[in-house]
Design a protein around this ligand. Structure first.
Ligand SMILES: *[C@@H]1O[C@H](CO)[C@@H](O)[C@H](O)[C@H]1NC(C)=O
Ligand SMILES: *[C@@H]1O[C@H](CO)[C@@H](O)[C@H](O)[C@H]1NC(C)=O
Ligand SMILES: *[C@@H]1O[C@H](CO)[C@@H](O)[C@H](O)[C@H]1NC(C)=O
Ligand SMILES: *[C@@H]1O[C@H](CO)[C@@H](O)[C@H](O)[C@H]1NC(C)=O
Length: 314
């Protein structure tokens, strides 16, 4: 007999146990229909007596400094979590392990400085993630979004990001809107791959395309990062830097040195060959002289021999 089919003794015990927890509601908060609203209640900590079957939790506009994985982990039905405008400083690998059904997560306007690389790794259903307005957030690891494959909206506006690894977005095939404005983007050559990703991806251009601009280097200041791919490619690929020049100089020197050595060896060979030839031709010279004598003798002899035949021919 299953729990759902009728109110047996097991079911009564179960609902009594649940009642102890789900009957409660955090102080000052409003709990109804699997939704808990604690908006603007001056909370400094994550509230503890949240009903276990809660699906939507509003903690926005408080002063909460951390999200305790243990308390959050009890809420395995949670699909919507709004933590906007608090003072959360970091998100750890295990923070969201228990709330793997999450579809909407808002961490905007906090004081995030660190997002651990595996923080979102169980959130495979997450569709919308907002991390805007965390000005201390300067770095995102390339595996941060490796498993959030359902993500469609990602808001990273007004953070402290200078660069992003294009590999971080490789698995986000459903991504439609990516908001990147208000960051101090450093469009140096390390930025090239991400700039090219922005050029070739099918992101919705109506996001904040033209408002996300380079801050560094000086000659690209003000360029929208969605259009900086081509000038960057020109600067970084077709132009050489100091190291390349030194490399080319070394190659040139090597070729020059190798050429000189080759020429010297060739010269030496030529001289040795000449010497060898001269020596052998001196030896041959004696023979040649002998031959010439023999020929002369022959001629002389033929002349001598032929002389008596002339009268016969005439
Ligand atoms: C934000 O975090 C930084 C460093 O982690 C700290 O110095 C600062 O006071 C925090 N700001 C707020 C408003 O909590
Ligand atoms: C992504 O999820 C799979 C299974 O759900 C898991 O094996 C893998 O370790 C996760 N990857 C990361 C980077 O957390
Ligand atoms: C480009 O800028 C980023 C962020 O400021 C920095 O980490 C990286 O080392 C820079 N790369 C180069 C090639 O200068
Ligand atoms: C870009 O910035 C301007 C001024 O800051 C603002 O008025 C405009 O709405 C922004 N556009 C988008 C698409 O966010």
């Amino acid at each position: 007999m299953s729990l759902a089919s009728g109110p047996g003794p097991g079911w009564l015990l179960f609902s009594f146990g649940m009642g102890l927890v789900s009957g409660s509601c955090p102080n000052n908060c409003l709990c109804q229909a699997q939704e808990v609203t604690c908006t603007g209640k001056q909370l400094t900590e994550f509230p503890t007596d949240i009903p276990l079957d809660t699906r939507r939790l509003f903690l926005n506009d408080n002063r909460i400094t951390s999200l305790p994985a243990m308390h959050l982990g009890l809420l395995s039905d949670l699909v919507y979590l709004d933590c906007q405008n608090n003072q959360i400083q970091e998100v750890m690998d295990y923070t969201f392990v228990g709330v793997f059904r999450l579809i909407y997560l808002d961490l905007s306007s906090n004081n995030l400085t660190y997002i651990s690389p595996l923080s979102f790794s169980v959130l495979t259903n997450l569709v919308q993630l907002n991390m805007a307005n965390n000005p201390q957030l300067a770095y995102l690891h390339k595996y941060t979004f490796a498993n959030t494959t359902s993500l469609r909206h990602l808001d990273l506006r007004n953070n402290g990001l200078e660069t992003l690894d294009h590999n971080a977005f490789r698995h986000l095939l459903a991504l439609e809107k990516l908001y990147l404005s208000g960051n101090p983007w450093n469009c140096n050559c390390s930025f090239l791959d991400f700039a090219i990703y922005l050029l070739v991806s099918y992101l919705d251009p109506s996001a904040d395309e033209l408002n996300a601009t380079c801050v560094d280097p000086l000659q690209l200041k003000g360029w929208p990062i969605t259009r900086v791919g081509n000038p960057l490619r020109y600067m970084c690929i077709s132009h050489l830097n100091m190291k390349d020049y030194i490399f080319l100089l070394l190659i040139g020197f090597c070729i020059f040195a190798a050429g000189t050595v080759a020429a010297w060896i060739t010269g030496m060979c030529a001289v040795l060959y000449q010497n060898a030839r001269r020596r052998s031709s001196q030896d041959d010279g004696d023979d040649e002289a002998g031959q010439r004598v023999a020929i002369n003798k022959g001629i002389f002899q033929t002349k001598v021999n032929s002389n008596p035949q002339f009268p016969q021919l005439i």
